[in-house]
Each structure stands twice: as C-alpha cells, then as structure tokens.
Design a protein around this ligand. Structure first.
Ligand code: ADP
Length: 620
C-alpha cells in the first residue's frame, strides 16, 4: 500500500524548516543586539558631539553674557555678538540655538522665524529646570511640526568669577533624526542581508537535506518493493555512514527475505502437492471450525468443490453436527465413522481430528483427515459374519451328534435296530464336518494364495462331456430311482483346448451338476451347453428346478450363503460349494454367474478365457 507522505511530514521539509528557523532566530538575536548597540553608540556619539559643541559655545558666549549681566556700556554689544555667534554656530545639524540671560529673557536665537521671542521671557520649562537644578538638562523632544526627534540640551552658564553667579542659559536643539535614519538604514541593510542569508540557507538546507533524504527515499522504495515481494532491486550504498550501513543491511535483508520466501514457497508447493496427491482427504479449519483448506480427495469424498467448502463449518459439512461438537473434538481427538457417498457409491469414512497448536498452546485450528474405510469395514463385517457362520455350522452337527451319542450311551447301543442307525447318523455328520473343514481349508489356501493351479491344456468339450456322462450314470443309479431326471448335451463338435487345472475344474462342474440335481427335487432335464466366442469358452448348465429368487442371485456365491438353509443342510450342503467354485474360476481368469426364474429353473454360466490355436501351432 503506497502511502503518500504529506509535505509537512517529510524529513526534507523538517530539516529545511529547522535550519531556517535556527538561522532566523540567530539573525534575530544578533540583529536585535547589534542594532541596539549601534543605536546606543550613535546616539551617545551624537550627544557627546553636541555636548562638546555646547561646551565650546558656552565658553565663547560666557564673556558676552558676563558683559550683558554687568549691563555696562561697552564697545561691543554683547547681544549682537551673541546673535552673530549663534548664527555662526547654527546649521550643521543644529536646528535651534537660544540664549537666555540671568532673568530668563531670551536674548538671542538662531531661528530667524523666531526673532520675535527675543527680549521676551523664556517659557521653556527645561530652561527653568536647568536654572533650578543648576545642571545641564538634556532631553529628547519631538518637533510638533515635523514630528522629527530633536535633541535638546539646556546648559546653565555660570560666571567664572568667584561668586559663580548664574549668567543665563544656552538652549541647543539639534536634529537627532539623522542618527535614527542612519540606524534605520543599517537595520534595512541588515534585514536585506538577512533575507539573502535566509534564502541562501533555504537553498543550501534543501540541498543538504535532499542529499540526506535521497538514500532514505531509495530505501523506502526498496523496502516497499520487498514488502510487495520484489527482491530484485539492490540499494546503492553511498558511504560508510549510518545511512550507508542501513542501506547495506536492507540489501542483506532483501536477500534473506528472498531466500526465506523461496523456501516457504517450495515448502508450500511440496505441501500442496502432498495434499493434492494424498489418497486421504484432508480438511483444515480455523479455530472456529470454518474450513480454510480442503484437498482434492476430501472434495470428492464430501461431494463439494473448494469454493463451496471454504468458510463452511466443518461439522456441518461432515453432517455430524448432532453427534459431535467442536468442544468434544478439542477435548479428546477421537476418530469418528461417517457415512458419505463417493461418486454416488455409499462409503464409510473415518474422520481423525488433530489440533493445530502454537508453541504457546493456543489452538489455531483443526485438521481433519478423512480415510476411506469402506473396504476395511466390509472385510471386518465379513470376517465377523464368517466366524459366526463357521461356529454355527459346526455347532449344528455337533449338537445332533451329541444327542445321538448320549442316546447310545444311555443304552441304545444295546438296541440292535437303533444302534446302527444312530451310528450312521453320527458318521454322516462327521463326514459333513470333515467336508466342510476341507472346503474351508481349500478356501483359506486360495485366500492366502497358497493354492496353486496345476495347469494343463485340456479339451474342455471332452471334460464337460465326461462330467455329464458320469452324472448320467448317477441319475440312473438306485438312489434316484423313481425320479425323472434327464441329461441333455449341447456341446461342440470339435475339441476346444483350454489351459485349466483339470481336477479343480471337474470339482467346479461336479458342484454345479450336484446343485442342479439337489435343487430340482421333482426331476427335470439338465442341459449342458458349450459355446465359444473369440476369447472365451462359455459352459452353461441349466436345470428345471426350484430356481433362485432374483434378490439372492448375486449372494449365492458368498461363503455359507444359502437360499433355503434347512433344505441345503438336509441335502448335506455346506454352503461353501459355489464360493469355492467362484474362487477357482477366478483363479483361472474366468467368471461364474447364474440366471434363474423362481419355480422354473436356473442356469449357471462359466466363462473361461482361451487362446485359439493356430493351425500350424499344432505341428510345431
Ligand atoms: P450348498 O452346499 O448349500 O449347495 P452352494 O454354495 O453349492 O451350497 O450353493 C449355495 C446356495 O445356492 C444353495 O444353498 C442354494 O440355495 C442355491 N443354489 C445353488 N444351485 C442351485 C440351483 N441349481 N437351483 C436352485 N438353487 C441353487
């Protein structure tokens, strides 16, 4: 932000102002002193001059005054002599000379216009004053006509005789205004030179202060640039003085700030890229829980854009306002599970909270890390379900066995009819449990990746034909007498070679065929078909049995899942057959699925990848 310095605030103005003010004060002081001294000196000189003249005049006039006082007739007329003396004396700054005799009668005056007062009694107060005080009366008066200042001296004249008789007085008025004019002129010259000095000092002070403020101004511009993030400039260092040192310090500072800024930027970029590429969602808030940072993953998880999220309350964005308060988060940073949707699919998020704390302990915000735990939760749920299923599956046969064994122990072993039946049941249950445990072990081997396939190139057409033939025999055996089962084949004409583990694949086909018979209690046709497309061999086995409700179709491949639990158990099923089949088929890179209409029948499909043999391959 650029702030303009006002004229009266600038250092330049201040320096100039102070220097000029000092000069003005100094000149004022010197001037006042000097002019007063000069005035005093000039006035004193003037007065001394006049006194000398007065003394001279007095000594010249004294004999005539004595003559006049004696009143004797003389050859000379003292009054005339006095008047001629006065005429001689006047001029030269003296404006008026007057002589009074002992009776204070004016006997002579140099002023030709005042001749009429000659012979008259003097009305001058100063003359009387001089007579009374017997001393010189000096006084400055103002000329009423010209308003000029006059220096008036009245000198009493005493006889040289022993009696020292008062003979009269001489009044001298001289124009002191010339002295004052001189002083005014001196003052004027002084003022003029002062003005010149002030103007010169103004210019000089301005130059000096500009020289001082120039580097300061440059520093100001440079620091502003640093503040604006431009570190490219370098200050010129003019000298080794304080300003020079300050300039080089600012240069160093600029380098340091640039370096620090660079590392902060790099850090921020690193942090940003870490945040962006994190698979966890990260949301940071201020201390009031308002979102300030949200990374890409959190935006996807919470279904909102950065603009929508910024400034919003974290808890309301997570939709947990009713369950958690900011206070609970601050007090104990526990994890919470949150239901959300990611790209339309429901997901479970684990929100972990931690506090952003300063060294002082002041909490400046909250960081919330969102981790998608949907899969984990699902696995967890499945594991729990699995354990409960296994325990349940094992408990049922064990309970029934215990009751038969108890009955045998209670004496049934002696009953030749019951004993073999009871033993047959326990044997059945034991077989079932063994089968189940074998199935479980098989699944566990597949799960842990320890079940390796023994791959061979097999003619799939022949394998399916073989399995179907075997079941043809089974349905015509005594066990299925009276049940109307039929097996139809819709196979390929030519052999089709696929790379499979024959034992496992036969196990899968057996399982599907077994189910087809098991879940077609009223008999019906079981059709085995085979089709080939470019990359896949598709085997399908259809029955006309009870079918599977649509809702259960995708669940039948889960472990222990059975549509009708009681029927399956009665048939000796463990609920693991299709789960194993699915794993085996997927191990082969194939797929298994079912289509069904309840009450009408089910078709199981099995697709296996195959690479068609080239003609010449066979002979290589
Ligand atoms: P089970 O040992 O119970 O047969 P499976 O995993 O082989 O276990 O089959 C799972 C469930 O799928 C069965 O309990 C049954 O409900 C259903 N099922 C499988 N095959 C068929 C079929 N052909 N017709 C109707 N239901 C079937």
């Amino acid at each position: 932000m650029k702030k303009k310095i006002r004229f009266y605030n600038s250092i330049n103005t201040k320096i100039v102002f102070v220097i000029v003010l000092l000069l003005v004060f100094a000149l004022q002081l010197i001037g006042a002193n000097f002019i007063t001294q000069i005035e005093r000196q000039l006035v004193a000189n003037f007065q001394e001059d006049r006194q000398v003249q007065m003394n001279f005049l007095e000594s010249t006039i004294l004999p005539f005054l004595e003559l006049e006082s004696n009143g004797e007739d003389n050859e000379v007329d003292p009054i005339q002599e006095i008047n001629s003396l006065l005429a001689d004396f006047s001029g030269n700054g003296i404006t008026e000379l007057q002589v009074v005799n002992e009776d204070l009668v004016v006997i002579g005056t140099s002023d030709s216009t005042q001749q009429n007062i000659v012979g008259q009694l003097s009305d001058d107060m100063d003359v009387r004053q001089a007579l009374l005080s017997e001393s010189t009366v000096p006084r400055q008066v103002i000329d009423p006509v010209t308003s000029n200042r006059r220096w008036k001296v009245v000198e009493p004249v005493y006889s040289n005789q022993e009696d020292g008789q008062f003979l009269g007085a001489i009044l001298m008025e001289s124009n002191i205004e010339t002295v004052y004019n001189q002083i005014s002129q001196i003052t004027w010259i002084f003022l003029q030179s002062s003005a010149v000095a002030i103007i010169l000092s103004l210019v000089l002070a301005n130059m000096v202060s500009r020289a001082l403020t120039k580097p300061i101004k440059e520093m100001q511009i440079q620091t502003r640039q640093i503040a604006d993030g431009d570190y490219s400039g370098t200050l010129k260092v003019y000298g080794e003085d304080e300003l020079g040192q300050l300039a080089s310090l600012i240069n160093d500072l600029s380098d340091d700030v640039a370096e620090a800024q660079e590392s902060i930027d790099a850090e921020r970029r690193r942090l940003n890229s870490v945040l962006t590429h994190m698979t966890d969602g990260v949301v940071a808030t201020d201390r009031r829980g308002k979102i300030i940072i949200i990374n890409d993953m959190a935006q996807t998880m919470l279904n909102l854009s950065e603009e929508e999220a910024t400034g919003e309350n974290l808890l309301s964005v997570l939709d947990v306002e009713e369950d958690i308060t900011l206070r609970t988060i601050l007090e104990k940073q526990e994890d919470y599970l949150i239901n959300a949707t990611k790209k339309g699919v429901p997901i479970i998020l684990r929100a972990s909270f931690s506090l952003i704390q300063r060294e002082s302990g002041f909490i400046s915000g909250i960081v919330c890390v969102l981790h998608d735990v949907t899969e984990q939760e699902r696995i967890d749920e499945e594991r729990k379900q699995f354990v409960s299923n296994v325990s349940h599956e094992l408990r049922t046969p064990l309970t029934s066995m215990r009751s038969y064994i108890e009955a045998l122990a209670d004496g049934a072993w002696e009953d030749p009819e019951l004993a073999p039946r009871f033993l047959a049941v326990t044997q059945n249950e034991t077989d079932r449990m063994i089968r189940m445990i074998q199935d479980l072990l098989h699944l566990s081997r597949i799960d842990s990746g320890k079940s390796n396939l023994d791959l061979e190139i097999v003619d799939m057409n022949e394998m399916v034909d073989h399995v179907l033939n075997r079941f043809e025999m089974v349905i015509h055996s005594a066990e299925y007498q009276g049940k109307n089962y039929q097996i139809k084949k819709d196979l390929l004409k030519d052999a089709i070679f696929v790379e499979v583990d024959p034992d496992r694949m036969i196990q899968v086909l057996d399982n599907i065929m077994n189910n087809a018979i098991k879940y077609s209690p009223d008999g019906g046709t079981i059709t085995g078909r085979m089709k080939v497309d470019s990359d896949y061999v598709v085997i399908s086995i259809s029955d006309q049995g009870m079918g599977i409700p649509q809702a259960d179709l995708h669940k039948i491949f889960s472990r222990f899942y059975r549509v009708d639990r009681a029927r399956s158990r009665a048939m000796g099923g463990s609920g693991l057959g299709l789960a194993i089949s699915k794993e085996v088929v997927e191990q082969h890179g194939g797929q298994i699925w079912a289509e069904s209409t309840e009450g009408q029948g089910t078709t199981f499909y099995l697709s296996l990848p195959y690479v068609p043999f080239e003609e010449e391959d066979e002979w290589v």
